[in-house]
Write a protein that binds this ligand. Structure first.
Ligand code: SF4
Length: 290
C-alpha cells in the first residue's frame, strides 16, 4: 500500500475511486488492463491521501445534489478499508452534505457501514450493488479468491433489503466453459429473488479480455483450470469480446427467470435508478409548512 496526493476526486459523472488497484484477486479483472496506465503493481493499493478533503470541497461547491457513485475501478471495501475507513468517512461526508450514494462491492465489509447507508437512504437515496458470478462457493474461491463468497454476498443483499435499501446485482462476467451453465444462471437469479433484489444488470454472457488482464487471466487458468487457456486461444484468439457459446440460451433463461420473479432487467431503467436522486428531507420539511 502507498499514498499519493491527487488533484481531483469526483469524475464528470460524480463517481469516485478512493483507492487505485485492488487486492480481491478476481482472475478476470478488467481494471488490470494496461490501457489504464497504472504505474504500480495492481495489488499495491494506491490510497488517495487527500481524497476526503477533495470530496468535502467538491460536495460543498456543488449547486445541485446528486448521487455519488463508488466501486467502478476498485472495490471500496478492500481489506485495508477496515483500518483506513476512507469509504466510511466519504459516506459520512455524503450524508452530511445531503447527497445520495450508490456503492458497488463484492465485500461483506459493507455491512460495517449499514448504519450510515441507512441514514443516507432515509434522507436521500442509497443503492447497494453487488457482483455475483457463481453460486458455487468452491468455484467462487477460485475465480474471486480474495473476497467473500456468493453466499456471504447474498447475506449482504438480504441485510440491505431488510434495512429498506434497494439492491442491484451485476451478473458479470460469465466465463466460457467455467460458469456459463444454465444451473449457475438459474441459481444466481433464484438467490437474488430470495434476497429481494430489485434488478440485475447483465450485458451478455461472456467477458472481455485485453492487454494486461488477458495475461493474468491465462496465468490463473493454467493454475486452476489446466488446459482451459489453450481452449480459449483456439476459440477466441486475441478477441476483446469473449462470448459464451451458450450466450443465446443463457440470455433466454436470464430474461425468463427474472420475469418470473419480477426482477427488473432493463439496463436503461437500472442505470436511471442508480443515478436518480431524491431529497426525502425536503419533502418532509415542506410538509411541515403545508
Ligand atoms: S473486485 Fe473488481 S477491481 Fe477488484 S479484483 Fe475484482 S474485478 Fe478487479
Amino acid at each position: 500500500m502507498h499514498y499519493v496526493k491527487v488533484k481531483g476526486i469526483l469524475s464528470a459523472k460524480n463517481g469516485m475511486n478512493l483507492y487505485r488497484g485492488c487486492s480481491h484477486g478476481c482472475i478476470y479483472c478488467d481494471s488490470r488492463s494496461t490501457c489504464y496506465g497504472m504505474d504500480h503493481a495492481f495489488e499495491d493499493i494506491e490510497v488517495k491521501e487527500n481524497a476526503l478533503e477533495l470530496l468535502e470541497v467538491a460536495l460543498r461547491r456543488k449547486r445541485k445534489k446528486c448521487m455519488i457513485g463508488t466501486g467502478a475501478m476498485s472495490d471500496p471495501y478492500l481489506p485495508l478499508e477496515k483500518e483506513l475507513c476512507y469509504t466510511r468517512r466519504s459516506l459520512e461526508l455524503i450524508r452530511q452534505y445531503g447527497f445520495g450514494a450508490s456503492v458497488l462491492t463484492k465485500s461483506n465489509l459493507i455491512l460495517r457501514d449499514l448504519d450510515i447507508l441507512q441514514d443516507i437512504h432515509e434522507r436521500t437515496r442509497c443503492v447497494v450493488q453487488m457482483t455475483l458470478t457463481t453460486w458455487e462457493d468452491a468455484l467462487c474461491k477460485k475465480i474471486e479468491p480474495g473476497v467473500c463468497t456468493t453466499r456471504e454476498r447474498v447475506h449482504v443483499l438480504k441485510a440491505m433489503k431488510d434495512a429498506g435499501i434497494p439492491t442491484i446485482v451485476w451478473l458479470s462476467p460469465i466465463l466460457p466453459f467455467i460458469n456459463d451453465t444454465k444451473e449457475n444462471i438459474r441459481n444466481i437469479i433464484h438467490q437474488c429473488a430470495d434476497a429481494g433484489v430489485y434488478g440485475i444488470l447483465c450485458f451478455g454472457m461472456g467477458l472481455t479480455l485485453r492487454e494486461g488482464n488477458r495475461e493474468y487471466f491465462y496465468q490463473q487458468l493454467d493454475r486452476h483450470f489446466p488446459g482451459m487457456k489453450e481452449q480459449y486461444i483456439r476459440r477466441y484468439g486475441n478477441l476483446y469480446q469473449i462470448p459464451s457459446p451458450r450466450q443465446k440460451e443463457l440470455m433466454r433463461i436470464f430474461y425468463s427467470e427474472c420475469k418470473s420473479y419480477g426482477i427488473e432487467t432493463r439496463t436503461d431503467h437500472l442505470w436511471e435508478e442508480l443515478s436518480r436522486f431524491e431529497d426525502k428531507q425536503q419533502g418532509h420539511q415542506m410538509s411541515l409548512f403545508e
